[in-house]
Ligand binder design. Structure first.
Ligand code: AMP
Length: 216
């Protein structure tokens, strides 16, 4: 399985990715997670990226492509992969195609999570994440049993800097301008599968399983 999860911020890509990586035993590659890790390590890359991320803008393509190339050199991608949050621009998608061609591999499917804007805004502003294991919660639809504490590992929950309302609006604008054109791009390559991501995560999960049945 070589998959891409496409969709606006707050579509539920992270939640679906957690399920898909287990089910298909493939590495989950989230460029956002890699960047946040670099930011917290205060690496050179992290310092460069953090200004863009704080404003809800995209990190420049060169930085992202370097990161992705490096990640694709690891052994584990031989099993397949699941990209989440990448590609995010047409340029990234085209460069990614070139890399895959050089490696003689092709994508299995691109899953597009369709979701309405008001659902996304509500979801992102109530999203909380475990600072220890990364599990994603929602204060309304998937709250932890004990306030601010992760059910799985007891870690403290936090709100992402860019999940604050002003930044959410900018991230959505960026999505419409730069990422949405990828839907057409992958549609024309016959790789695109749409699923409804407006409802709870397990409904979306079932739709994705239906799509992927054809490939496993
Ligand atoms: P995410 O966790 O996918 O929402 O990503 C968080 C932030 O990281 C985004 O708002 C961007 O600033 C940056 N980012 C993540 N992936 C990419 C990408 N493929 N291209 C450019 N910027 C990215």
């Amino acid at each position: 399985m070589r998959l891409i999860l496409l969709g606006p911020p707050g579509a539920g890509k992270g939640v679906q990715a957690n399920f898909l990586k287990e089910k298909y035993n493939i590495p989950h590659i989230s460029t956002g997670d890699i960047l946040r890790e670099e930011v917290s390590l205060k690496s050179e890359l992290g310092n460069k990226a953090s200004e863009f991320m704080k404003r809800g803008e995209l990190v420049p393509d060169e930085i992202i492509m370097e990161m992705v190339k490096e990640r694709l050199m690891r052994e584990d991608v031989k099993k397949g992969f699941l990209f989440d949050g990448f590609p995010r621009t047409l340029n990234q998608a085209e460069q990614f195609d070139k890399i895959l061609k050089e490696k003689n591999i092709s994508l299995t499917a691109v899953i597009n999570l369709n979701v309405e804007e008001e659902v996304v805004i509500r979801r992102l502003s109530t999203r909380r994440i475990c600072s220890n294991c990364g599990k994603i919660y929602n204060l309304i639809t998937m709250p932890p049993k004990v306030e601010n504490i992760c059910d799985e590992c007891g870690g403290k929950l936090y709100q992402r800097e860019d999940d604050k309302e002003e930044v959410i609006k900018e991230r959505l604008n960026v999505y419409y301008r730069q990422t949405e054109p990828l839907i057409k791009y992958y549609l024309e390559k016959n790789l695109l599968y749409n699923v409804n991501a407006n409802l709870e995560a397990n409904f979306t999960q079932k739709e994705i399983e239906e799509v992927l049945k054809n490939f496993s």
